[in-house]
Design a protein around this ligand. Structure first.
Ligand code: UDP
Length: 330
């Protein structure tokens, strides 16, 4: 197989680190990561060591903007994975008012590079674009919902949606080839609780025999997917995704309420933790907002990409807990 040159923005982020790991398994891939480490959950030198300090992995620690302005000039890549973004229900809050422009500008930069290099772009968007879909059921075929209340989460959702639309329209009027991925709740080793994500928080709380902080009544519905399977979905989208199409990547079989999830974490880890019901605004301030129920219709990814998620919630909990235990000791 001939050499394939691949640019991965956000390649040291939670999902990105697994995409890179998976791409490294193919020795003909030459991977270049652009990441400013702003939301990276990994210790970079430990990560590189774990990968065996591969010669086919290079990187620039800088923003997408800086990379495009100063470093991309004499480069050429065959594929672009665009994952760099602000992220997380708590992680986005400090960026209020600047989220839309940041997301759209970076996606525009990737479109320009894709056109210049004749490289396919895979844009990693979010399931938040559905705004909760049809009572939580989110299908690519359905209408999207724009919630009435203006929140920071809404700014993130519409920024991602606007970028998707611009990218897809560009594939219709230029030679750009691009597909979009909409990941649903991603979980697994390396995820940081700092962004606000529920599973690393619950698991760390259960391991420390602290109360699990369930927000509201815990009746929100989500479907969780192991990060390794999300990374496989992202790569399949590059390999098989149709031009100008968007794909849900999320495992509907792992649909659960958050209260059930908390109980599952306690049971699987045999923890003596209790459950406490809290108002998240008391923890993160008035800008924090809950998202509507959401779970994916994954038929398109399964049929068109051949994506087959198989890891259940207990497996995700065990895998994440073993990572948290090891890294706490380190
Ligand atoms: N959640 C919770 N306790 C926590 C963190 C999150 O009950 O300590 C809830 C949150 O309100 C949401 C669900 O868990 O209903 C998933 O939250 P996460 O932030 O992981 O993802 P998102 O809300 O963006 O889907």
């Amino acid at each position: 197989m001939s050499k394939r040159r691949i640019l991965v923005t956000g390649g040291f982020g939670f999902i990105g680190s697994y995409v890179v790991e998976e791409l490294l398994a193919e020795p003909t891939n030459h991977i270049h990561v652009v990441d400013n480490l702003s939301t990276s959950p990994i210790d970079l030198s430990a990560y590189l060591k774990l990968q065996g300090d591969p010669k086919n992995l290079k990187y620039d620690i800088c923003s997408v903007e800086e990379y495009c302005q100063n470093k991309a000039k004499n480069k050429h890549f065959d594929q672009i994975y665009h994952l760099a973004s602000v992220v997380g229900p708590v992680g986005v809050l400090p960026h209020a008012g600047k989220i839309v422009s940041a997301i759209i500008n970076d996606t525009n930069r990737m479109m320009d590079l894709g056109l210049r290099w004749n490289a396919k772009v895979v844009d990693v968007s979010t399931s938040e674009v559905y705004g909760g879909g049809r009572d939580g059921y989110c299908s690519e075929k359905d209408f999207k919902v724009i919630q009435p209340k203006v929140t920071v989460r809404l700014e993130y959702a519409v920024g991602k949606l606007a970028s998707e639309i611009a990218l897809i329209n560009t594939t219709r009027v230029t030679s750009l080839v691009a597909s979009v991925v909409r990941p649903f709740n991603v979980a697994g080793p390396r995820q940081s609780g700092k962004g606000g994500f529920v599973l690393p928080r619950f698991i760390a709380q259960a391991l420390a025999t602290e109360p699990l902080t369930v927000y509201g009544k815990g009746d929100m519905i989500r479907a969780f997917t192991h990060v390794k399977e999300i990374a496989q979905g992202v790569i399949l989208t590059m390999e098989r995704g149709l031009n100008g199409e968007a794909y849900n990547i999320g495992n509907p079989a792992n649909k659960t309420s958050i209260l059930e999830l908390a109980r599952r974490v306690i049971a699987v880890l045999e923890s003596k933790s209790e459950i406490s019901f809290v108002d998240p605004k008391t923890l993160f301030g008035p800008l924090f907002e809950e998202a509507n129920d959401k779970y994916p219709d994954a038929d398109r990814a399964m049929m068109e990409l051949g994506w087959r998620p198989s890891r259940g919630i207990d497996d995700i909990i065990r895998d994440t807990a073993s990572y948290i235990r090891t890294n706490r000791k380190a």
